[in-house]
Design a protein. Sequence first.
Length: 580
Amino acid sequence: MSDSELKTSNFIRNIIDADLAANKFAPRRWSGQPGPAAQHQASPADAPRIRTRFPPEPNGYLHYGHAKSICLNFGLALDYSGVCHLRFDDTNPEKEEQEYVDSIVAAVKWLGFDWGGHLYYASNYFDWMYRFAEYLIESGNAYVDSQSAEAMRAARGTLTEPGADSPYRNRTPAENLDLFRRMKAGEFADGAHVLRAKIDMASPNINMRDPAIYRIKHAEHHNTGGQWCVYPMYTYAHPIEDALENITHSLCTLEFEDQRPFYGWLLEKLAQGGQLQRPLPQQIEFARLNLSYVVLSKRKLLQLVEEKHVDGWDDPRMPTLIGARRRGFTPEGFRHFAEMIGVAKADAWIDMSILEACMRDDLNASAERRIAVLDPIKLVIDNYPEDGEEMCAAPNHPQKPELGTRAIPFSKELWIERDDFSENPPKGYFRLYAGNTVRLRYAYVVKCTGCAKDAAGNIKSVHCILLPETKSGTAGADSVKVKGNIHWLSARHACATEVRLYDRLFKSEHPGAGGRDFLQDLNPDSKRVITAQLEPSLQNAQAEDRYQFERHGYFVADRVDSAPGKPVFNRAVTLKDAWK
Protein backbone atom coordinates (compact mmCIF):
# COMPACT_ATOMS: atom_id res chain seq x y z
CA MET A 1 0.00 0.00 0.00
CA SER A 2 1.42 3.38 -0.97
CA ASP A 3 1.99 6.27 1.42
CA SER A 4 -0.61 8.32 -0.42
CA GLU A 5 -3.24 5.68 0.35
CA LEU A 6 -2.53 5.96 4.06
CA LYS A 7 -2.01 9.69 4.55
CA THR A 8 -5.20 11.29 3.36
CA SER A 9 -5.63 14.60 5.12
CA ASN A 10 -8.76 14.66 7.26
CA PHE A 11 -10.06 16.13 10.51
CA ILE A 12 -9.63 12.81 12.35
CA ARG A 13 -5.93 12.83 11.54
CA ASN A 14 -5.72 16.34 13.00
CA ILE A 15 -7.35 15.10 16.23
CA ILE A 16 -4.93 12.18 16.48
CA ASP A 17 -1.95 14.45 15.88
CA ALA A 18 -3.09 16.76 18.69
CA ASP A 19 -3.72 13.82 21.05
CA LEU A 20 -0.29 12.37 20.41
CA ALA A 21 1.37 15.76 20.88
CA ALA A 22 -0.40 16.09 24.25
CA ASN A 23 0.48 12.50 25.22
CA LYS A 24 -3.23 12.00 25.86
CA PHE A 25 -3.04 8.26 25.39
CA ALA A 26 0.11 7.16 27.16
CA PRO A 27 1.33 3.77 25.93
CA ARG A 28 -0.23 0.95 27.92
CA ARG A 29 0.63 -2.68 27.94
CA TRP A 30 -1.96 -4.86 26.29
CA SER A 31 -2.16 -8.21 28.11
CA GLY A 32 -4.52 -9.82 25.66
CA GLN A 33 -7.25 -10.06 28.29
CA PRO A 34 -10.04 -7.46 28.59
CA GLY A 35 -10.97 -5.56 31.68
CA PRO A 36 -9.45 -3.22 34.25
CA ALA A 37 -6.71 -5.69 35.08
CA ALA A 38 -5.50 -5.36 31.51
CA GLN A 39 -5.30 -1.59 31.67
CA HIS A 40 -1.82 -1.35 33.13
CA GLN A 41 0.03 1.78 34.03
CA ALA A 42 1.94 3.52 31.25
CA SER A 43 4.92 1.58 30.02
CA PRO A 44 7.46 3.35 27.78
CA ALA A 45 8.31 0.07 26.09
CA ASP A 46 4.83 -0.44 24.68
CA ALA A 47 4.61 0.13 20.92
CA PRO A 48 1.05 1.02 19.81
CA ARG A 49 0.44 4.77 19.79
CA ILE A 50 -3.22 4.56 18.84
CA ARG A 51 -5.76 1.75 18.86
CA THR A 52 -8.77 1.78 16.53
CA ARG A 53 -11.40 -0.84 15.80
CA PHE A 54 -13.77 -1.94 13.07
CA PRO A 55 -16.90 -3.18 14.90
CA PRO A 56 -19.48 -4.70 12.51
CA GLU A 57 -22.62 -6.36 13.76
CA PRO A 58 -22.74 -9.88 12.24
CA ASN A 59 -26.30 -9.58 10.97
CA GLY A 60 -25.60 -9.09 7.26
CA TYR A 61 -22.98 -8.83 4.56
CA LEU A 62 -20.63 -5.86 4.42
CA HIS A 63 -21.34 -3.21 1.80
CA TYR A 64 -19.49 -0.35 0.10
CA GLY A 65 -20.00 1.91 3.12
CA HIS A 66 -18.21 -0.59 5.34
CA ALA A 67 -15.27 -0.55 2.94
CA LYS A 68 -14.82 3.16 3.70
CA SER A 69 -14.83 2.48 7.45
CA ILE A 70 -12.45 -0.47 7.12
CA CYS A 71 -9.97 1.55 5.09
CA LEU A 72 -10.21 4.44 7.55
CA ASN A 73 -9.73 2.45 10.76
CA PHE A 74 -7.07 0.06 9.52
CA GLY A 75 -5.37 2.76 7.45
CA LEU A 76 -4.98 5.13 10.41
CA ALA A 77 -3.63 2.34 12.60
CA LEU A 78 -1.07 1.45 9.95
CA ASP A 79 -0.02 5.03 9.41
CA TYR A 80 0.45 5.78 13.11
CA SER A 81 2.15 2.46 13.94
CA GLY A 82 -0.92 1.52 15.94
CA VAL A 83 -3.28 -1.43 16.08
CA CYS A 84 -6.76 -1.94 14.64
CA HIS A 85 -9.07 -4.54 16.17
CA LEU A 86 -11.69 -6.51 14.30
CA ARG A 87 -14.57 -6.84 16.73
CA PHE A 88 -17.99 -8.37 16.26
CA ASP A 89 -20.71 -6.43 18.09
CA ASP A 90 -22.87 -9.50 18.54
CA THR A 91 -25.38 -8.32 21.14
CA ASN A 92 -28.55 -9.27 19.25
CA PRO A 93 -28.79 -13.09 19.09
CA GLU A 94 -31.98 -13.15 17.01
CA LYS A 95 -30.39 -11.54 13.96
CA GLU A 96 -26.77 -12.72 14.04
CA GLU A 97 -25.29 -15.79 12.40
CA GLN A 98 -21.90 -17.44 11.98
CA GLU A 99 -22.36 -17.13 8.22
CA TYR A 100 -22.08 -13.35 8.56
CA VAL A 101 -19.06 -13.61 10.86
CA ASP A 102 -17.23 -15.72 8.29
CA SER A 103 -18.15 -13.39 5.44
CA ILE A 104 -16.94 -10.31 7.35
CA VAL A 105 -13.59 -11.92 8.16
CA ALA A 106 -13.16 -12.84 4.50
CA ALA A 107 -14.12 -9.33 3.31
CA VAL A 108 -11.63 -7.54 5.57
CA LYS A 109 -8.87 -9.93 4.49
CA TRP A 110 -9.81 -9.41 0.84
CA LEU A 111 -9.49 -5.65 1.23
CA GLY A 112 -5.89 -6.28 2.29
CA PHE A 113 -6.01 -5.65 6.04
CA ASP A 114 -4.79 -7.73 8.97
CA TRP A 115 -5.88 -7.40 12.59
CA GLY A 116 -2.75 -9.18 13.82
CA GLY A 117 -4.52 -11.52 16.21
CA HIS A 118 -6.83 -8.81 17.59
CA LEU A 119 -10.13 -10.51 16.79
CA TYR A 120 -12.79 -10.01 19.47
CA TYR A 121 -16.48 -10.49 20.16
CA ALA A 122 -18.77 -8.35 22.28
CA SER A 123 -20.21 -11.61 23.58
CA ASN A 124 -16.84 -12.46 25.12
CA TYR A 125 -17.34 -9.45 27.39
CA PHE A 126 -20.84 -10.31 28.58
CA ASP A 127 -19.54 -11.18 32.07
CA TRP A 128 -17.87 -7.79 32.33
CA MET A 129 -20.93 -5.97 31.03
CA TYR A 130 -23.16 -7.73 33.51
CA ARG A 131 -20.83 -6.88 36.42
CA PHE A 132 -20.74 -3.24 35.30
CA ALA A 133 -24.55 -3.21 35.16
CA GLU A 134 -24.70 -4.45 38.74
CA TYR A 135 -22.27 -1.70 39.73
CA LEU A 136 -24.52 0.92 38.09
CA ILE A 137 -27.49 -0.46 40.04
CA GLU A 138 -25.60 -0.45 43.33
CA SER A 139 -24.38 3.11 42.75
CA GLY A 140 -27.88 4.37 41.99
CA ASN A 141 -27.22 4.90 38.28
CA ALA A 142 -29.53 2.18 36.90
CA TYR A 143 -32.91 0.69 37.73
CA VAL A 144 -35.22 -2.07 36.55
CA ASP A 145 -38.30 -0.75 34.77
CA SER A 146 -41.39 -2.97 34.59
CA GLN A 147 -43.45 -0.83 32.23
CA SER A 148 -44.56 -2.18 28.89
CA ALA A 149 -42.67 -1.09 25.81
CA GLU A 150 -45.68 1.00 24.79
CA ALA A 151 -45.83 2.78 28.14
CA MET A 152 -42.11 3.52 28.07
CA ARG A 153 -42.43 4.92 24.56
CA ALA A 154 -45.33 7.14 25.54
CA ALA A 155 -43.45 8.46 28.58
CA ARG A 156 -40.32 9.25 26.63
CA GLY A 157 -41.54 12.69 25.55
CA THR A 158 -40.79 14.53 22.32
CA LEU A 159 -38.13 16.84 20.98
CA THR A 160 -40.00 19.77 22.53
CA GLU A 161 -41.54 18.11 25.62
CA PRO A 162 -39.67 16.36 28.45
CA GLY A 163 -40.29 12.74 29.28
CA ALA A 164 -42.03 11.45 32.41
CA ASP A 165 -40.36 9.45 35.15
CA SER A 166 -41.17 5.78 35.28
CA PRO A 167 -43.27 4.74 38.30
CA TYR A 168 -40.48 2.23 39.01
CA ARG A 169 -37.65 4.78 38.85
CA ASN A 170 -37.34 5.09 42.63
CA ARG A 171 -36.93 1.41 43.42
CA THR A 172 -34.10 0.90 45.87
CA PRO A 173 -30.74 -0.45 44.67
CA ALA A 174 -31.48 -3.65 46.60
CA GLU A 175 -34.83 -4.11 44.84
CA ASN A 176 -33.28 -3.41 41.45
CA LEU A 177 -30.38 -5.76 42.05
CA ASP A 178 -32.71 -8.56 43.08
CA LEU A 179 -34.89 -8.09 40.00
CA PHE A 180 -31.90 -7.87 37.66
CA ARG A 181 -30.41 -11.08 39.03
CA ARG A 182 -33.75 -12.81 38.63
CA MET A 183 -33.89 -11.51 35.05
CA LYS A 184 -30.51 -13.15 34.47
CA ALA A 185 -31.74 -16.37 36.08
CA GLY A 186 -34.52 -16.61 33.51
CA GLU A 187 -37.49 -16.07 35.82
CA PHE A 188 -39.24 -13.56 33.55
CA ALA A 189 -40.62 -13.58 30.02
CA ASP A 190 -39.25 -11.42 27.23
CA GLY A 191 -40.33 -7.82 27.69
CA ALA A 192 -41.34 -8.18 31.34
CA HIS A 193 -38.55 -5.89 32.54
CA VAL A 194 -35.68 -3.85 31.20
CA LEU A 195 -32.70 -2.32 32.92
CA ARG A 196 -32.43 1.42 32.31
CA ALA A 197 -29.68 3.92 33.00
CA LYS A 198 -30.85 6.56 35.48
CA ILE A 199 -29.91 9.89 33.90
CA ASP A 200 -32.45 12.64 33.14
CA MET A 201 -35.94 12.28 31.69
CA ALA A 202 -35.97 16.00 30.90
CA SER A 203 -32.75 15.95 28.89
CA PRO A 204 -33.00 17.79 25.55
CA ASN A 205 -31.21 14.75 24.07
CA ILE A 206 -33.83 12.00 23.96
CA ASN A 207 -31.05 9.40 24.02
CA MET A 208 -30.20 10.54 27.58
CA ARG A 209 -33.73 10.00 28.88
CA ASP A 210 -32.99 6.88 30.87
CA PRO A 211 -32.02 4.64 27.92
CA ALA A 212 -32.49 0.89 28.17
CA ILE A 213 -29.20 -0.94 28.67
CA TYR A 214 -30.36 -4.56 29.17
CA ARG A 215 -33.35 -6.51 27.91
CA ILE A 216 -34.63 -10.04 28.35
CA LYS A 217 -34.22 -12.30 25.32
CA HIS A 218 -34.65 -16.06 25.62
CA ALA A 219 -32.66 -16.78 22.47
CA GLU A 220 -29.69 -18.88 21.42
CA HIS A 221 -26.56 -16.89 20.67
CA HIS A 222 -24.21 -17.93 17.87
CA ASN A 223 -21.19 -17.62 20.20
CA THR A 224 -22.48 -18.17 23.77
CA GLY A 225 -25.30 -20.60 23.04
CA GLY A 226 -27.96 -20.62 25.75
CA GLN A 227 -25.77 -19.20 28.52
CA TRP A 228 -27.58 -15.87 28.67
CA CYS A 229 -31.20 -14.74 28.60
CA VAL A 230 -30.41 -11.06 29.24
CA TYR A 231 -28.48 -9.18 26.58
CA PRO A 232 -26.92 -5.70 26.61
CA MET A 233 -28.12 -3.02 24.24
CA TYR A 234 -25.62 -1.98 21.60
CA THR A 235 -25.33 1.57 22.94
CA TYR A 236 -24.36 0.17 26.34
CA ALA A 237 -22.04 -2.56 25.06
CA HIS A 238 -20.11 -0.53 22.53
CA PRO A 239 -18.36 1.97 24.85
CA ILE A 240 -17.53 -0.80 27.31
CA GLU A 241 -15.95 -2.88 24.57
CA ASP A 242 -13.87 0.12 23.49
CA ALA A 243 -12.69 0.70 27.06
CA LEU A 244 -11.87 -2.94 27.75
CA GLU A 245 -9.79 -3.09 24.59
CA ASN A 246 -7.97 0.20 25.33
CA ILE A 247 -9.31 1.78 22.13
CA THR A 248 -8.07 5.35 21.80
CA HIS A 249 -10.18 6.67 18.92
CA SER A 250 -13.60 5.12 18.41
CA LEU A 251 -14.67 6.20 14.92
CA CYS A 252 -18.41 6.10 14.18
CA THR A 253 -20.67 7.45 11.47
CA LEU A 254 -22.80 10.54 12.08
CA GLU A 255 -25.96 8.68 13.09
CA PHE A 256 -24.19 7.90 16.39
CA GLU A 257 -23.49 11.56 17.17
CA ASP A 258 -26.55 11.86 19.41
CA GLN A 259 -25.34 8.77 21.30
CA ARG A 260 -21.97 10.32 22.15
CA PRO A 261 -23.23 11.94 25.40
CA PHE A 262 -24.33 8.51 26.68
CA TYR A 263 -21.03 6.99 25.54
CA GLY A 264 -19.20 9.55 27.68
CA TRP A 265 -21.65 9.34 30.60
CA LEU A 266 -21.34 5.58 30.90
CA LEU A 267 -17.56 5.47 30.75
CA GLU A 268 -17.27 8.34 33.26
CA LYS A 269 -19.56 6.60 35.74
CA LEU A 270 -17.57 3.37 35.47
CA ALA A 271 -14.24 5.19 35.74
CA GLN A 272 -15.41 7.23 38.75
CA GLY A 273 -16.28 3.98 40.49
CA GLY A 274 -12.89 2.44 39.74
CA GLN A 275 -14.33 -0.02 37.24
CA LEU A 276 -12.23 1.39 34.38
CA GLN A 277 -8.90 3.19 34.27
CA ARG A 278 -8.19 6.38 32.41
CA PRO A 279 -7.57 7.61 29.79
CA LEU A 280 -10.92 6.62 28.34
CA PRO A 281 -11.60 6.17 24.62
CA GLN A 282 -13.21 9.02 22.75
CA GLN A 283 -15.95 8.68 20.14
CA ILE A 284 -15.46 10.67 16.92
CA GLU A 285 -18.12 10.82 14.21
CA PHE A 286 -17.57 11.14 10.48
CA ALA A 287 -19.89 11.22 7.49
CA ARG A 288 -21.07 7.87 6.24
CA LEU A 289 -20.81 6.94 2.58
CA ASN A 290 -23.80 8.20 0.60
CA LEU A 291 -23.38 6.80 -2.90
CA SER A 292 -25.67 7.51 -5.83
CA TYR A 293 -27.44 4.73 -7.77
CA VAL A 294 -27.27 2.26 -4.86
CA VAL A 295 -29.05 1.50 -1.61
CA LEU A 296 -26.96 0.67 1.46
CA SER A 297 -29.79 0.07 3.91
CA LYS A 298 -29.58 -3.46 5.35
CA ARG A 299 -33.36 -3.69 5.27
CA LYS A 300 -33.53 -2.81 1.58
CA LEU A 301 -30.63 -5.07 0.67
CA LEU A 302 -32.35 -7.93 2.48
CA GLN A 303 -35.57 -7.18 0.59
CA LEU A 304 -33.72 -7.31 -2.73
CA VAL A 305 -32.40 -10.76 -1.86
CA GLU A 306 -35.51 -12.25 -0.26
CA GLU A 307 -37.80 -11.06 -3.07
CA LYS A 308 -35.30 -12.35 -5.65
CA HIS A 309 -34.77 -9.06 -7.44
CA VAL A 310 -31.12 -10.16 -7.46
CA ASP A 311 -29.43 -13.54 -7.47
CA GLY A 312 -28.24 -13.43 -3.84
CA TRP A 313 -25.97 -11.45 -1.55
CA ASP A 314 -23.04 -12.01 -3.90
CA ASP A 315 -24.89 -10.91 -7.03
CA PRO A 316 -22.38 -8.68 -8.86
CA ARG A 317 -24.98 -5.91 -9.00
CA MET A 318 -25.32 -5.80 -5.21
CA PRO A 319 -23.33 -3.12 -3.34
CA THR A 320 -21.97 -5.79 -1.00
CA LEU A 321 -18.26 -6.51 -0.83
CA ILE A 322 -18.83 -10.14 -1.82
CA GLY A 323 -20.86 -8.87 -4.77
CA ALA A 324 -18.12 -6.39 -5.69
CA ARG A 325 -15.49 -9.10 -5.53
CA ARG A 326 -17.52 -11.37 -7.78
CA ARG A 327 -18.10 -8.51 -10.20
CA GLY A 328 -14.36 -7.95 -10.57
CA PHE A 329 -13.88 -4.84 -8.42
CA THR A 330 -10.49 -4.79 -6.70
CA PRO A 331 -9.31 -4.15 -3.13
CA GLU A 332 -6.87 -1.59 -4.50
CA GLY A 333 -9.74 0.22 -6.21
CA PHE A 334 -11.66 0.45 -2.94
CA ARG A 335 -8.62 1.74 -1.06
CA HIS A 336 -8.03 4.33 -3.78
CA PHE A 337 -11.70 5.32 -3.58
CA ALA A 338 -11.53 5.74 0.21
CA GLU A 339 -8.47 7.94 -0.18
CA MET A 340 -10.04 10.02 -2.95
CA ILE A 341 -13.31 10.82 -1.16
CA GLY A 342 -11.56 11.50 2.16
CA VAL A 343 -13.27 11.87 5.54
CA ALA A 344 -15.71 14.69 6.28
CA LYS A 345 -17.80 15.88 9.21
CA ALA A 346 -20.92 16.57 7.13
CA ASP A 347 -22.96 14.23 4.93
CA ALA A 348 -22.53 14.57 1.18
CA TRP A 349 -23.37 12.51 -1.88
CA ILE A 350 -20.65 10.76 -3.85
CA ASP A 351 -21.42 9.90 -7.46
CA MET A 352 -21.15 6.24 -8.40
CA SER A 353 -18.95 7.22 -11.34
CA ILE A 354 -16.13 8.07 -8.90
CA LEU A 355 -16.07 4.53 -7.52
CA GLU A 356 -16.22 3.13 -11.05
CA ALA A 357 -13.36 5.40 -12.13
CA CYS A 358 -11.22 4.17 -9.23
CA MET A 359 -11.85 0.57 -10.29
CA ARG A 360 -11.13 1.47 -13.91
CA ASP A 361 -7.83 3.13 -12.99
CA ASP A 362 -6.65 0.12 -11.03
CA LEU A 363 -7.74 -2.40 -13.64
CA ASN A 364 -6.19 -0.35 -16.44
CA ALA A 365 -2.83 -0.69 -14.74
CA SER A 366 -3.11 -4.33 -13.69
CA ALA A 367 -5.28 -6.19 -16.19
CA GLU A 368 -3.73 -7.88 -19.22
CA ARG A 369 -5.44 -7.32 -22.56
CA ARG A 370 -7.42 -9.90 -24.47
CA ILE A 371 -9.84 -9.89 -27.42
CA ALA A 372 -13.50 -10.76 -27.14
CA VAL A 373 -16.25 -10.40 -29.75
CA LEU A 374 -19.49 -9.88 -27.85
CA ASP A 375 -21.94 -9.67 -30.76
CA PRO A 376 -20.29 -11.80 -33.43
CA ILE A 377 -20.83 -11.89 -37.17
CA LYS A 378 -18.63 -13.70 -39.70
CA LEU A 379 -16.05 -11.84 -41.77
CA VAL A 380 -14.91 -13.95 -44.73
CA ILE A 381 -11.61 -13.09 -46.44
CA ASP A 382 -12.29 -14.22 -49.98
CA ASN A 383 -8.68 -14.15 -51.17
CA TYR A 384 -7.24 -16.08 -48.22
CA PRO A 385 -6.60 -19.85 -48.50
CA GLU A 386 -9.33 -22.13 -47.15
CA ASP A 387 -6.88 -23.98 -44.93
CA GLY A 388 -4.61 -21.00 -44.36
CA GLU A 389 -3.52 -20.18 -40.85
CA GLU A 390 -0.88 -17.92 -39.32
CA MET A 391 -0.12 -16.27 -36.00
CA CYS A 392 -0.28 -12.56 -35.19
CA ALA A 393 1.46 -10.99 -32.22
CA ALA A 394 -0.45 -8.82 -29.73
CA PRO A 395 0.95 -7.14 -26.59
CA ASN A 396 -0.33 -8.39 -23.24
CA HIS A 397 -0.30 -4.84 -21.92
CA PRO A 398 0.47 -1.77 -24.05
CA GLN A 399 2.03 0.13 -21.13
CA LYS A 400 4.00 -2.83 -19.81
CA PRO A 401 6.28 -4.24 -22.50
CA GLU A 402 7.90 -6.47 -19.89
CA LEU A 403 4.74 -8.59 -19.96
CA GLY A 404 5.56 -9.58 -23.52
CA THR A 405 3.24 -10.59 -26.35
CA ARG A 406 0.87 -13.41 -27.12
CA ALA A 407 0.10 -15.20 -30.39
CA ILE A 408 -3.39 -14.92 -31.88
CA PRO A 409 -4.33 -17.34 -34.70
CA PHE A 410 -5.55 -15.86 -37.99
CA SER A 411 -7.59 -17.72 -40.64
CA LYS A 412 -9.96 -17.25 -43.54
CA GLU A 413 -13.10 -16.82 -41.47
CA LEU A 414 -13.09 -14.40 -38.58
CA TRP A 415 -15.52 -13.16 -35.98
CA ILE A 416 -16.03 -9.39 -35.85
CA GLU A 417 -18.50 -7.19 -33.95
CA ARG A 418 -21.83 -6.85 -35.74
CA ASP A 419 -21.72 -3.06 -35.47
CA ASP A 420 -18.31 -2.97 -37.19
CA PHE A 421 -20.16 -3.37 -40.51
CA SER A 422 -22.82 -1.10 -41.95
CA GLU A 423 -24.69 -1.24 -45.25
CA ASN A 424 -25.61 2.42 -44.90
CA PRO A 425 -22.84 4.00 -42.85
CA PRO A 426 -23.51 7.33 -41.14
CA LYS A 427 -21.16 10.26 -41.57
CA GLY A 428 -17.89 9.69 -39.73
CA TYR A 429 -18.20 5.87 -39.79
CA PHE A 430 -14.73 4.47 -40.48
CA ARG A 431 -15.33 0.75 -40.09
CA LEU A 432 -16.43 -1.83 -42.66
CA TYR A 433 -18.79 -0.95 -45.49
CA ALA A 434 -18.65 -1.78 -49.18
CA GLY A 435 -15.53 -0.24 -50.72
CA ASN A 436 -13.93 0.89 -47.43
CA THR A 437 -10.62 -0.34 -46.03
CA VAL A 438 -9.84 -0.94 -42.36
CA ARG A 439 -7.07 -2.55 -40.38
CA LEU A 440 -7.72 -5.79 -38.59
CA ARG A 441 -5.90 -5.00 -35.36
CA TYR A 442 -2.51 -6.78 -35.09
CA ALA A 443 -3.04 -8.26 -38.58
CA TYR A 444 -3.78 -6.95 -42.09
CA VAL A 445 -5.59 -4.17 -43.87
CA VAL A 446 -8.70 -5.49 -45.63
CA LYS A 447 -11.09 -3.95 -48.14
CA CYS A 448 -14.80 -4.68 -47.70
CA THR A 449 -16.58 -5.99 -50.80
CA GLY A 450 -20.09 -6.35 -49.34
CA CYS A 451 -22.14 -8.89 -47.43
CA ALA A 452 -24.19 -12.07 -47.89
CA LYS A 453 -27.80 -12.38 -46.69
CA ASP A 454 -30.23 -15.18 -45.99
CA ALA A 455 -33.66 -15.54 -47.58
CA ALA A 456 -35.18 -13.22 -45.00
CA GLY A 457 -32.72 -10.48 -45.81
CA ASN A 458 -30.64 -10.86 -42.64
CA ILE A 459 -26.89 -10.43 -42.96
CA LYS A 460 -25.15 -13.79 -42.64
CA SER A 461 -21.58 -12.71 -43.30
CA VAL A 462 -19.42 -9.80 -44.37
CA HIS A 463 -16.90 -10.25 -47.17
CA CYS A 464 -13.56 -8.60 -47.88
CA ILE A 465 -10.21 -9.05 -49.56
CA LEU A 466 -6.89 -8.92 -47.76
CA LEU A 467 -3.96 -6.72 -48.76
CA PRO A 468 -1.09 -9.15 -48.07
CA GLU A 469 1.70 -6.55 -47.90
CA THR A 470 0.08 -4.74 -44.93
CA LYS A 471 0.60 -7.22 -42.10
CA SER A 472 1.37 -5.54 -38.79
CA GLY A 473 5.03 -5.63 -37.83
CA THR A 474 6.27 -5.87 -41.42
CA ALA A 475 7.90 -3.23 -43.61
CA GLY A 476 4.72 -2.66 -45.61
CA ALA A 477 2.39 -2.37 -42.64
CA ASP A 478 1.85 1.36 -43.19
CA SER A 479 1.82 1.30 -46.97
CA VAL A 480 -1.96 1.70 -46.97
CA LYS A 481 -3.42 4.43 -44.78
CA VAL A 482 -6.74 3.70 -43.07
CA LYS A 483 -8.87 5.43 -40.46
CA GLY A 484 -10.66 2.38 -39.09
CA ASN A 485 -9.21 -0.29 -36.79
CA ILE A 486 -11.34 -3.23 -35.64
CA HIS A 487 -10.72 -6.33 -33.55
CA TRP A 488 -11.38 -9.88 -34.65
CA LEU A 489 -10.94 -13.55 -33.77
CA SER A 490 -10.37 -16.61 -35.88
CA ALA A 491 -13.71 -18.42 -36.08
CA ARG A 492 -11.90 -21.75 -36.20
CA HIS A 493 -10.03 -21.11 -32.93
CA ALA A 494 -12.25 -18.84 -30.81
CA CYS A 495 -14.13 -20.29 -27.88
CA ALA A 496 -17.83 -19.58 -27.29
CA THR A 497 -18.21 -18.40 -23.69
CA GLU A 498 -20.94 -17.12 -21.41
CA VAL A 499 -20.43 -13.44 -20.64
CA ARG A 500 -22.56 -11.42 -18.23
CA LEU A 501 -22.87 -7.71 -18.91
CA TYR A 502 -23.64 -6.03 -15.60
CA ASP A 503 -24.73 -2.44 -15.21
CA ARG A 504 -26.02 -0.37 -12.32
CA LEU A 505 -28.83 -2.02 -10.39
CA PHE A 506 -30.86 1.19 -10.22
CA LYS A 507 -31.70 3.63 -12.99
CA SER A 508 -32.33 6.51 -10.57
CA GLU A 509 -29.59 8.53 -8.92
CA HIS A 510 -31.43 8.33 -5.59
CA PRO A 511 -33.57 5.17 -5.50
CA GLY A 512 -36.83 5.71 -3.65
CA ALA A 513 -36.47 9.50 -3.50
CA GLY A 514 -39.65 11.47 -2.91
CA GLY A 515 -41.28 8.65 -0.97
CA ARG A 516 -41.72 6.27 -3.91
CA ASP A 517 -40.98 2.57 -3.60
CA PHE A 518 -37.27 2.13 -4.28
CA LEU A 519 -38.04 -1.03 -6.26
CA GLN A 520 -39.68 1.15 -8.91
CA ASP A 521 -36.20 2.45 -9.72
CA LEU A 522 -34.69 -0.94 -10.54
CA ASN A 523 -32.85 -0.93 -13.85
CA PRO A 524 -34.37 -3.65 -16.09
CA ASP A 525 -31.14 -3.77 -18.11
CA SER A 526 -28.80 -4.25 -15.16
CA LYS A 527 -27.91 -7.80 -16.29
CA ARG A 528 -27.64 -9.23 -19.77
CA VAL A 529 -26.27 -12.72 -20.48
CA ILE A 530 -24.75 -13.38 -23.89
CA THR A 531 -22.61 -15.97 -25.63
CA ALA A 532 -19.46 -14.25 -26.84
CA GLN A 533 -16.44 -15.41 -28.83
CA LEU A 534 -13.16 -15.18 -26.90
CA GLU A 535 -9.48 -15.70 -27.53
CA PRO A 536 -8.67 -19.41 -27.20
CA SER A 537 -6.24 -18.75 -24.33
CA LEU A 538 -9.12 -17.47 -22.19
CA GLN A 539 -10.54 -20.96 -22.07
CA ASN A 540 -7.92 -21.67 -19.40
CA ALA A 541 -8.73 -18.58 -17.30
CA GLN A 542 -8.88 -19.23 -13.57
CA ALA A 543 -11.57 -17.89 -11.26
CA GLU A 544 -10.97 -14.20 -10.47
CA ASP A 545 -8.51 -13.69 -13.34
CA ARG A 546 -9.12 -10.16 -14.61
CA TYR A 547 -8.65 -8.86 -18.16
CA GLN A 548 -9.41 -5.89 -20.30
CA PHE A 549 -11.45 -7.05 -23.26
CA GLU A 550 -10.27 -4.56 -25.86
CA ARG A 551 -12.89 -1.93 -26.70
CA HIS A 552 -15.38 -3.45 -24.23
CA GLY A 553 -14.18 -2.97 -20.68
CA TYR A 554 -12.80 -4.96 -17.78
CA PHE A 555 -13.96 -8.49 -17.10
CA VAL A 556 -13.35 -11.14 -14.46
CA ALA A 557 -13.74 -14.90 -14.53
CA ASP A 558 -16.65 -15.56 -12.17
CA ARG A 559 -15.41 -16.99 -8.87
CA VAL A 560 -18.56 -19.08 -8.37
CA ASP A 561 -19.69 -20.37 -11.77
CA SER A 562 -16.38 -20.76 -13.61
CA ALA A 563 -15.13 -24.31 -14.02
CA PRO A 564 -11.80 -25.70 -15.31
CA GLY A 565 -11.76 -25.16 -19.07
CA LYS A 566 -15.15 -23.43 -18.94
CA PRO A 567 -14.91 -19.92 -17.48
CA VAL A 568 -17.82 -17.52 -17.17
CA PHE A 569 -16.94 -13.83 -17.42
CA ASN A 570 -18.54 -10.87 -15.66
CA ARG A 571 -18.11 -7.29 -16.77
CA ALA A 572 -16.70 -5.24 -13.90
CA VAL A 573 -16.73 -1.82 -15.52
CA THR A 574 -16.72 -0.31 -18.99
CA LEU A 575 -13.69 1.43 -20.49
CA LYS A 576 -15.22 4.83 -19.82
CA ASP A 577 -18.21 6.24 -18.03
CA ALA A 578 -21.06 5.64 -20.46
CA TRP A 579 -23.93 5.94 -17.99
CA LYS A 580 -26.82 8.17 -18.99
